[in-house]
Design a protein around this ligand. Structure first.
Ligand SMILES: Nc1ncnc2c1ncn2[C@@H]1O[C@H](COP(=O)(O)OP(=O)(O)OP(=O)(O)O)[C@@H](O)[C@H]1O
Ligand SMILES: O=C(O)c1ccc[n+]([C@@H]2O[C@H](COP(=O)([O-])O)[C@@H](O)[C@H]2O)c1
Length: 195
């Protein structure tokens, strides 16, 4: 099967993530997309947001209605810093029959050379970088072997980030429609991201 991997901090998961995943799912005719919340992302300070358990619950609520979107807790269960090479090697040995496509936003493509053991990682996955109108993906500047491992896909432009959502909540504003309804209810009931 062709599996899309959607890794992220998902603090919280929002409709930008879902539309990105749906766009790649259709364009590359994937069989499934696995949403993998990170334990600790390699290149970010841990934001003062939701707990790992709460990020997991929100991802489960966000994908539960989609027949081909699945939550995966591999990185949360492993704990520590979530290096994609370790996750992908583990998935490849557990599911040797699958082909993996790692979905990333346009902003991430240019940072691929900085990913841990990237020369090894590109042998095991194809990266799918989402084009954003007005943004350079930075593909041309990539070293040739990495560039060859990146495909580009299109999606409708969604100007949303988890940072922006946390900020709105901290200002006492609603995030309804920026996240799936069930995720919005979860955020409100648990009073997440309030100042
Ligand atoms: N609006 C968006 N459109 C397309 N891709 C996105 C969008 N938001 C996030 N992504 C991509 O989804 C993946 C997971 O993102 P992540 O969970 O870090 O969300 P984020 O909104 O970028 O979070 P934060 O604001 O906390 O950095 C990354 O590859 C990121 O580039
Ligand atoms: O392995 C790495 O070096 C690496 C560096 C940067 C990002 N990633 C992964 O890319 C995904 C998106 O990252 P983030 O921080 O935007 O949520 C997430 O699953 C990270 O673990 C992985």
């Amino acid at each position: 099967m062709k599996i899309g991997l959607m890794g992220g901090t998902f603090d919280p998961v929002h409709i930008g993530h879902l539309i990105a995943a749906q766009s790649v799912y259709e364009e590359l005719e994937l069989d499934e997309v696995w949403f993998m919340p990170t334990s600790m992302p390699p290149h970010k300070e841990q934001a003062p947001g939701a707990s790992p358990e709460q990020r997991w619950q929100m991802v489960c609520l966000a994908v539960e209605d989609h027949p081909a979107f699945k939550p995966s807790d591999v990185e949360l269960r492993k704990g520590g810093i979530s290096y994609s090479i370790e996750t992908v090697l583990m998935l490849r040995s557990r599911y040797p029959e699958h082909e993996f496509y790692y979905i990333i936003g346009a902003d991430m493509v240019q940072y691929l050379p900085k990913w841990y053991r990237i020369d090894e990682l590109i042998k095991h996955v194809t990266f799918v970088g989402l084009r954003r109108p007005g943004y350079e993906t930075g593909c041309d500047a990539l070293p040739a072997p990495i560039r060859k491992a990146v495909r580009l896909a299109s999606m409708p432009q969604i100007e949303l980030s988890s940072t922006g959502i946390r900020q709105r909540r901290a200002e006492g504003r609603s995030v309804r429609y920026m996240v799936p309804d069930r995720v919005n209810d979860y955020i409100e009931v648990n009073r997440l991201y309030e100042a």
